[in-house]
Ligand binder design. Sequence first.
Ligand code: C2E
Ligand code: MG
Ligand code: MG
Length: 607
Amino acid sequence: MPFKPTQPKQNVSLNYAFTVFFLIALSLTTHTLISHMQLSNHFLLSHIFILYPLFMLGIFSSTNGKIKHLCVAASLCLLILGCLDDRQHNVIPSDVILLAPLCYLVLYPGSLWPMAVAGLLVLFFIPTDPLHIQGDFIGNTFELMTISIFATVSLYYRLRLKTQMERFRIESLTDFLTGIGNRKAFNETLQEIRTQPLNKHHYFSLLIIDLDNFKRINDTLGHQVGDQLLKEISLRIDHVCQQHLQYSSVFRLSGDQYAVIIQDNDIQVASEHLAQLIVSSCTAECTLEHNCYFTTMSIGIALMRDAEHSVSFWHRNANIAMYRAKLNGKNRIQWYDDDLNNEMKRHYKIERELSFALEKNELSLYYQPKVSVETNQIHHAEALIRWLHPELGTIAPDEFVSVAEKSQQIIPIGRWVIEQACQQAKYWHDHNQPICVAVNVSTIQFVYDDIYRIVTELLSKYQLPAELLQLEITETTLMTELQSITHTCHRLRKLGIKIAIDDFGTVYSSLNYLRELPVDSIKIDKSFIDESLHNEESQMIVRTIIQLGHNLGKVVIAEGINNEEQLAILRSEQCDLYQGYLCAKPLPADEFIHLVATNNHSEMHVS
Ligand code: C2E
Ligand code: MG
Ligand code: MG
C-alpha cells in the first residue's frame, strides 16, 4: 500500500552506512581468518572458513527465525574454532577479532549479542602462552569489551529513542476515538500522493463522507452513544475498504466526517462501487447499548485527475461534491464535475455576500398580479423579493431565501420586505390604486421575530389600512409551531390583516389547521395546476380544494397559470383568483401599476 500513514519512515542513508560497514567488517574478518589459517598450515581449516561469510550473510538477509538461529550458531562455532586454533599459533590479529562482535551489532542492533560474542571470543582466545596474557592480551581484551559495550549501549538507546519517536509519530497520526488515521495523517497522505509521478495521479480518488444529522443523535442520545456510533461507522468503512480494494486508506477528518483515498486502475468504477458499498454497509441497522440506530450519509467523490495535480483542489472538490449532496437532500452520493464547481462557487458567493445585500441596497421587490378569474380585474398582488447582484445579475429568491433562513438573515430581510410592501401599498392607496399586497413570511420570522409588533408598527408608521396587507404562510411553517402561529394570526387578523396559506397541497394539508387557523385565502400550489390539463386526478384535487375552500368561506387562488386552458378549468371550477405568467410575470412596482391601470381600465370597458 503506497500511502499507509502508520508506516515508519526509514532512515535510508543510515541503513546503507550500516550495510557497508557490515560488509567491510565481514570481508576483513573472513580474509584474515582464511589467510592466517593458511599461514599456520591449516589448509583444510582455512577452507572451512569460507562458510563463515555465508552464515553471516544468511543472518543478515534471512527473515526466517530458524535459519537465522542456525546461521548464528554455525558462525559462532567457526569463530570459536578459529580462536581455539589461534591459541597455539597466535596468528589472527586482535583487530579482526574486534570486528566480529561489531558485525553482530549490525545484525542484532541494540541487543546483548555483540557483548556476548566479544566475551566468547575473549574466553576462547586466551593464549596458551602465559606471557601473552600479561601483555597484549589484557590490552586487547579491554579494548574489545569497551568498544562492544559502548557500541551496544549507544545503539540500544538510539533504537529506543527511535522506537519512541515512531510511537509518538503514529499516535499523532491516529484518531484517538476510532483508531484510524486522523486529519494530520490525511494531509501527510495527500502530500505523499502529490509527490508521486504525474501519470499515477490518474488512479486516485477521494471520498468525503459526512453523516447526516449526526448532531441530532449527539443531542438527543448523548455523546457516549454518538462516540460509539462514530467508532462503528469507521469500523464498517474500514472493513468495506479492506475487503474490496487493494489500495485504500480511511481517515476521520472531524466529528462525523471521514475521508477515503483509493487507488485503482479503473478508478471511476471502483469509486462508485466502493461508495455504494459504504452506503449499504453504514446505513444498515446499528445496535448500540441494546438499541437499534439507523444513520444515513452524504458522500462527495472527486478524482485527482480533475484537480490539476493540486491536492488542495482535490480535497476542495470532494468537499464541494459532499456539500452538494447535502444541499440536494442528503443521503446520496455526488460526483464532482465542473458544472458543480461553478454552481457551488455561485452558491458560496451568494452565501458570503448576502449579508451585505441589504446594506448595499441590492434587494428589491417585484409584484405579481393576482387576477380575478371572473372579472379579470387586478386588486391584489404578491410581493416577491429579487436580489439585483452587480455581477451575478438578478437572483431569484429560491436561490437565496433558504440561505438567508439558515443564517437567520431572513429576519432583517423579512422586516425590510414587509416595510417596502407597506410603503408601496400606501403609495398606491394614496394614488387611488388600492392594491392588497401579500408578503411571504418565513418560519424563522414567525419563530424568532416578533411579527405582530413589526406589522403593527409599520401599519401605524405608513398609516396603511390593514386590509391592504396580506401575509402568506406555507404549510411547513404552520406545522412547526401551529399553536403560537395560530395565536399570532388571530391577533393579526383582529387588526384586519389577511392571512393566506401558500403552496397548499404540497405538505400535509391537514384539515385540522384549516379549522383552527384564521385564514382568509388558500393558494393552490402550481404543481397541481401544471398537471391539471393532462392528469385527471390533479384536476380533481384542484376541484376539491376549491370546493373545500369555498365551503369554509375562504378565497381560493390558483398559482402558476400559464395558459388559457388552465384558466378555463379554473373558471369552470369557480376559482376566485389566479396568479401566473398568463397575466404577467413579477414586475417592478412602476411596471406593475402601469399594467394594473391599463388592465383594469380595459376590463371595465369590456364588462
Ligand atoms: P411563492 O410564494 O409560491 O411564489 C410564487 C412563485 O411562483 C414566484 O417565484 C413566481 O414568480 C412563480 N410563478 C408565478 N406564476 C408563475 C407561472 O405562471 N409560471 C412559473 N414558472 N412560475 C410562476 P419566485 O418569485 O421565484 O419566488 C419563489 C418563492 O420564493 C416564493 O414562492 C416564496 O416562497 C419565496 N419568496 C419570494 N419572495 C419572498 C420573500 O420576500 N420572503 C420570503 N420568506 N420568501 C419569499
Ligand atoms: Mg407566496
Ligand atoms: Mg406559492
